[in-house]
Ligand binder design. Structure first.
Ligand code: CAA
Length: 259
């Protein structure tokens, strides 16, 4: 258990479950919550026993956006000087262990952006995704214009960003925004099961697999394939590769040590 004010954080069987917990504001992302998220991710990264993170909200909302109350009176110099949300968003982007978003209810604005920063999204049937910032006279500000477009393509991204149209879970799955849709009451367990599967694997191989998929968004095909080849070759430096392949030939479960 933890003494965060806006998060509930628990670790079990190699998985840290982080629940956004500002129920009165539908988990709107304010500075306090995002600073606590940075602290929780720092702790999860530093703890060798933690192999995977699940990030979730409540049944009603993953997060209904950046906190409009906190932002409403801010000036341009304040936003620019504080580089509003850059530090916290960068922390999520730099997190080296897998992080799964488990989304039920609203994932709007910064909430949708936070989910898209995770490695993959598992959605409840109740999930609704959107970038409604245009209604407020602003725009996505934590990567939504770029990530949503890469996930769902220009036409759907323009539709959602320019009209504030929300996507339901079925459309999100059809469009490649989420990896799977599950019943709402099974959401967290389904995400935890995926995370426990990852937690039992070689943590070194997991981190390298994550790194090479991330590269697909950042580089050319030939450079990405080259990186994959180099990382693939380097995995043969680890005991975990010997163990994984020996376990296969000996028809027994592998016991990975992270070495
Ligand atoms: N910031 C601050 N408070 C929020 C909030 C937000 N983004 N979203 C919801 N809340 C608050 C509401 O003000 C309300 O508080 P009170 O009870 O004190 O009035 C409480 O959460 C419950 O919300 P509603 O009563 O509005 O609930 P609803 O079920 O009628 O509607 C909703 C739900 C459709 C999600 C609606 O709350 C809504 O439209 N929220 C705003 C969504 C939005 O515009 N998000 C983008 C924010 S800007 C952004 O994110 C910028 C960025 O990219 C960095």
């Amino acid at each position: 258990m933890s003494d965060y004010k806006t998060l509930i954080v628990e670790t079990d069987q190699g998985v840290t479950l982080i629940r956004l917990n500002r129920p009165k504001a539908l988990n709107a992302l304010n500075t306090e919550l995002l600073d606590e998220l940075v602290a929780a991710l720092d702790a999860a990264e530093a703890d060798e026993a933690v192999r995977c993170v699940v990030l979730t909200g409540s049944e009603r909302a993953f997060a209904a956006g950046a906190d409009i109350v906190e932002m409403s009176s801010k000036s341009y110099p304040e936003m620019f000087k504080s580089d509003y949300f850059t530090r916290q968003a960068s922390r999520v982007e730099r997190f080296r262990k897998p992080i799964i978003a488990a989304v039920a209810g609203y994932a709007l604005g910064g909430g949708c952006e936070l989910a898209m920063m995770c490695d993959f999204i598992i959605a409840a049937e109740t999930a609704r995704f959107g970038q409604p910032e245009i209604n407020l006279g602003v725009s996505p500000g934590i990567g939504g214009s770029q990530r949503l477009t890469r996930f769902v393509g220009k036409s759907k991204a323009m539709d959602m960003i320019l009209t504030a149209r929300q996507m339901d879970a079925a459309e999100a799955e059809r469009s490649g925004l989420v990896s799977r849709v599950v019943p709402a009451d099974a959401l967290v367990e389904e995400a935890m099961a995926a995370a426990r599967k990852i937690a039992a694997l070689s943590p070194l191989a997991v981190m390298m697999n994550k790194e090479m998929v991330e590269a697909a968004y950042e580089t050319t095909l030939s450079q990405g394939v080259k990186l994959e080849r180099r990382l693939f070759h380097s995995l043969f430096a680890f005991e975990d590769q010997k163990e994984g392949m020996a376990a296969f030939t000996e028809k027994r479960p592998a016991a990975f040590k992270g070495r």
